[in-house]
Design a protein around this ligand. Structure first.
Ligand code: ATP
Ligand code: MG
Length: 291
């Protein structure tokens, strides 16, 4: 570019700045009418939903495991999902996390991210964490090392080789140890923890990665009553900071943590409301709770 051209450009820019604002733009007089700025890849929750499923269908060899499932979850909500064995609860989580592809239907994270266009690792990267029923911690590593590893998993391979905790991350790790009731077990080998403690450690590992939505499939199965009560406390502290979807059969646990309960049956929503409301629903009593 020549100095003349640069000067000319500068003059035109200055003239544009000085010109009175008419409200007309160069693109035909229309003002850009966006009410918000949305960054691609970020979850857009301006419509009040972090998760949105519409008319989802999945068949396995002709068997309709998910059959017209529609539901949505608000940001910060702790949604409980109950329903009989085979209702499709785990399959629904498989769909949200990209493990199973539906035959038809919509699955959105926020209002702009179409999860059906992403694979499992991408969906995890977008901020959806999942806890399977069986604890999956690194048994040979200490509690601390497991949490540290979870932090590293957020980084690229190259940076994780050079990874060293900075002070903010150390604080976060210390806070997490308290949150998951393992502050007294920092150096213990994960393999020596109780079943409940392993579950908490895995939840802590998921939380270290700052998920926006956390899916938990039967998190208190196999826990002692005391562990179950502590898990309920933990989930109540997570509510609001994260959005949670919890599948459980343990009704006393659901009673402690629930706001809205969704009842799944035969692959779709049978009922939804407070626990009292769904427990009083004849159809729910018929298929799930028993008389
Ligand atoms: N990969 C698969 N292939 C064939 N059938 C499947 C597959 N995955 C799930 N199913 C079937 O779909 C139905 C729903 O199963 P799913 O595991 O989602 O139920 P669930 O509500 O999680 O039950 P539970 O409370 O027992 O965990 C079941 O009948 C199951 O056998
Ligand atoms: Mg299941």
């Amino acid at each position: 570019m020549t100095p003349e051209l640069m000067e000319e450009g500068a003059r035109r820019l200055a003239a544009k700045e000085a010109a009175p604002k008419t409200g007309n733009t160069e693109s035909g007089g229309r003002q850009a009418g966006f009410s918000r700025i949305h960054t691609p890849g970020e979850v857009d929750i301006t419509h009040g939903r972090i998760l949105y499923l519409e008319d989802v269908h999945v068949s396995f060899d002709g068997f309709k495991a998910i059959n017209g499932l529609s539901l949505d979850i608000a940001p910060g909500e702790l949604r409980c999902i109950i329903g009989p064995n085979g209702a499709g609860k785990t399959t629904m989580m498989d769909i949200i996390t990209g493990k199973t592809r539906p035959n038809t239907g919509k699955v959105f994270f926020g209002s702009t991210i179409d999860l059906l266009r992403h694979n499992e690792p991408e969906i995890a990267q977008l901020g959806i964490g999942r806890k399977f029923q069986k604890p999956t911690v690194f048994e040979k590593l200490s509690v601390f090392e497991n949490l540290e590893l979870a932090l590293k998993m957020n980084k690229s391979v190259k940076s994780s080789m050079l990874f060293k905790l900075d002070s903010a991350q150390s604080d976060k790790l210390a806070e997490m140890l308290t949150t998951i009731h393992l502050a007294d077990s920092v150096t213990r080998q994960a393999g020596n923890l109780s079943h409940g403690q392993k579950q908490w450690l895995e939840i802590g590992m998921l939380l270290m990665q700052d998920p926006k939505l956390l899916l938990l499939d039967e998190p208190v199965a196999g826990m002692t009553d005391e562990e179950t009560a502590r898990t309920a406390e933990l989930f109540l502290t997570l509510k609001g900071k994260h959005s949670l979807m919890v599948v459980e059969h343990d009704m006393s646990f659901i009673k402690t943590i629930s706001e809205i309960v969704t009842v799944l049956c035969d692959g779709s929503v049978l009922a939804q409301g407070t626990l009292d409301q769904v427990q009083a629903d004849e159809r729910v009593i018929e298929v799930y709770l028993g008389r």
